[in-house]
Design a protein around this ligand. Sequence first.
Ligand SMILES: Nc1ncnc2c1ncn2[C@@H]1O[C@H](COP(=O)(O)OP(=O)(O)OP(=O)(O)O)[C@@H](O)[C@H]1O
Ligand SMILES: [Mg+2]
Length: 248
Amino acid sequence: MTLAIELNNVSTVYEGEKRPAIKDITLSIEEGETVYIVGPNAAGKTTLLETINGLLPVFKGYISVLGLDMRKHGRKIRCQIGYVPQDFMVDAGEPYRALDVVLMGRYGKVGVLGSPGREDKDKAIEAMKLLGIENLANRPVGKLSGGQQQKVMIARALAKDPRILLLDEPFSSLDPESRENLSELISRLSRERNVTVLVVTHDIQQIAGSCGRIIAMNNGRIVADGELMDVIEVVEKILPIGFWRKQR
Ligand SMILES: Nc1ncnc2c1ncn2[C@@H]1O[C@H](COP(=O)(O)OP(=O)(O)OP(=O)(O)O)[C@@H](O)[C@H]1O
Ligand SMILES: [Mg+2]
């Protein structure tokens, strides 16, 4: 068994804050595993992803990603992670084409000042095809719809050829068919490429259909971890009454 992600007693406190946003998190995720993370607003889901991505360097405890110690190898670790943030604002006047944005996923490989080559372009186009957006390659990204922009950001993360994918509410702007396609794509990446995927979502239907591992967070802590039937009781308690039942 190879561990992709290991956290031991990890707490993260934001600068200027007294209370940690995530507290005493101990967690092991195997390579190739897909894990859905649920919980109410402010539970600490985004903070957990950003801590794993090494974006919040001040943390207590021990983090190892792909066998590397985060304190020593933060940069090396980030090269292996594709991260799609929860909120990204694209200016309507943004001149970059969608393909340029996806190519940014290759910066870690070619360097910011290097120019992408044939292979980088092929990887970017392949990632766009996986999301079904290759026809948008030459469109200015600021002129795309919210859902199209979300797909561009996911393609950018995939173009990196990551071993770990961190997706923060990737379904939020997607229509039902696109949600289904993305779920299918996540399973394929795990099955065919052994990619480890962490998905934060408020979409209960998505996780109900996944039959995989679910982590529930509340007040900065992990309050349940297991398959749907193991976590359902806790999830019903921490999410608004009736929310879960209505969705099922
Ligand atoms: N940059 C920051 N500085 C200070 N506190 C922060 C910062 N970002 C988040 N927090 C706090 O950390 C806690 C966890 O926030 P986080 O964004 O991780 O929640 P979340 O589970 O992702 O919520 P949501 O479902 O709303 O996205 C919250 O109490 C929030 O106010
Ligand atoms: Mg969040």
